[in-house]
Design a protein around this ligand. Sequence first.
Ligand code: UD1
Ligand code: PEP
Length: 437
Amino acid sequence: MSHLRVHGGTPLAGEITVRGAKNFVSKAMVAAVLGEEPSELRNVPEIRDVNVVAGLLKLHGVQVERDVAGGVVRLNPRFVETAHKADIDTHAGASRIPILLCGPLLHRLGEAFIPDLGGCRIGDRPIDYHLEILRQFGAQVDKLDAGILITAPRGLHGTKVDLPYPSVGATEQLLLTAVRSHGVTELRNAAIEPEIMDLIAVLQRMGAIISVDTDRVIRVEGVDHLGGYTHTALPDRIEAASWASAALATEGDVYVRGARQADMMTFLNTFRKVGGTFDIDDDGIRFRHPGTPLRSIVLETDVHPGFMTDWQQPLVVALTQATGLSIVHETVYENRFGFTEALRQMGSTIQVYRECLGGLECRFGQRNFFHSAVISGPTPLRAADIEVPDLRGGFSHLIAALAAVGTSDVRGIELINRGYENFTGKLEALGAKFETV
Ligand SMILES: CC(=O)N[C@H]1[C@@H](OP(=O)(O)OP(=O)(O)OC[C@H]2O[C@@H](n3ccc(=O)[nH]c3=O)[C@H](O)[C@@H]2O)O[C@H](CO)[C@@H](O)[C@@H]1O
Ligand SMILES: C=C(OP(=O)(O)O)C(=O)O
């Protein structure tokens, strides 16, 4: 387990670059398996989730060629084959992406073995929508001691699905299965995150027929054959917002090359309400602390176009420095405030509640989930010894350590590599003072 010794109190200032989105790149790599010709994905970051998916695809006979510095991944799926279950099991717990291989592997091989999933522990994260969708297409799902086996003895047929909640993963599951199923599929209450729109763009380049209506309805007309694609991944709007929050929390000034306004509208509105300033140009966005006290806000996380749940944890650190009471109501995951325990240790005043505070009732109201937080500020942060709990929580702890007075130890930082490319190099470029221990 690696750890960083962070000497806090220096504003982050300078320029960093974000590349392709973690939550798109891995799915675009999976989509390549649906084709019978090679694909090329550009703007791919060097993060752990990409390595996990590349490893999994190789086990299934996909030839993967990478130019890491240039950010190019070439995927040749011509010789896709069934992998050994024992080999696939070595990927258990590494990420959430394997479940999305169901559709592509069923179409190419007639069966899919999926290991137990990983990803951030921020709630139960069930896969019931995924499995129900696959069953509706005609697949048979068998739960094994570890993982699941999916077969399609009678093929896959288009269907009508109405999601109970606009889940990102379930929407992707449907897309990756429907494009080569027989007939027409209609999805209601679909997720419409920018990363999903980019996945639809990739599938269209491969030969799929997909239409997106204004009311969260997606229609897919299945085709018999898909080719390859060449595509440049959309930038990572979560990483961009994380650095923006880091600038705010440390009273800094950070230019994020690659950040794109169109995908970050809701974040930018919130950033401005807190008091942060930003300048947008064609190549990126410069995020600055205003030099005057930050303002408290009431915030609710939601599916797109709402305020993204993955933006929440880094921003909460900045809110500890805002004057007054901020309220954050987390409506996407039931258990995403575990990271605030370390912030309390560092001197912040954050109270979590079971009630839905500051907005509408959500799925987690009147249940045993501490999913609302009240943050009272400003409170100076002091150094601490912290263990990284998950990807965004870990980045938040890092920001808190950078904003704090004194020297903090942040342990288990390899989790942050799942979604932040070369974050120690970027911290160095922004003038942060730290050592790897
Ligand atoms: C790799 C990836 O892209 N991860 C993102 C993806 O996760 P992921 O695709 O896992 O998130 P979902 O949108 O599916 O989850 C949203 C909510 O739906 C629930 N649910 C989901 C599926 C299911 O079968 N049953 C069910 O109840 C989840 O528990 C959660 O409460 O979207 C999330 C919401 O923007 C982001 O935070 C994650 O960063
Ligand atoms: C929750 C996240 O990711 P994953 O779904 O991969 O766990 C995230 O990126 O914040």
